[in-house]
Design a protein around this ligand. Structure first.
Ligand SMILES: [Fe+2]
Length: 136
């Protein structure tokens, strides 16, 4: 059973965004499985690249929807997204330099916190505004 299982309580009320968030849960679970098997260092560079590519895509799509509905909290969202991307870019720099020793736990902590506090709090706040504009 995956460590971080996506459940209904994680829903932000928008189908497409829930699917994107499930992909982030999947990336974190794969990282955890590898760490459990002592293979964190072997896969972390690939995970960081995948995470950076996927979050850039996901944030772009999320921001497009928020813009479309004229969401009042969009600048707060964009700032949080940019900060997260910068942190992942920092990890990617380390991975590119072969500094993989503590990367897995750093990335795991960052992503766990993101799922809990960004998706679980800030993203959930857009549900009613999205739904009111027919975005579900
Ligand atoms: Fe967000």
């Amino acid at each position: 059973m995956p460590l971080f299982e996506w459940k209904k309580e994680h829903s932000v009320g928008v189908y497409e965004m829930d699917r994107h968030h499930q992909k982030l849960f999947d990336i974190l679970n794969r990282l955890h499985d590898a760490m459990k098997d002592g293979k964190g260092m072997q896969i972390i560079a690939g995970i960081v690249r995948e995470l950076l590519d996927y979050t850039r895509y996901h944030f772009g799509e999320e921001e497009k929807l928020l813009e479309k509905i004229g969401y009042s909290g969009i600048s707060e969202q964009k700032m949080a997204h940019q900060k997260f991307i910068s942190q992942i870019e920092g990890y990617k720099d380390q991975a590119d330099k072969g500094m993989t020793a503590f990367l897995s736990s750093g990335v795991s902590t960052l992503l766990t916190d993101w799922l809990r506090n960004h998706i679980g709090v800030m993203d959930k706040r857009y549900q009613s505004a999205m739904n009111a504009h027919g975005v579900k």
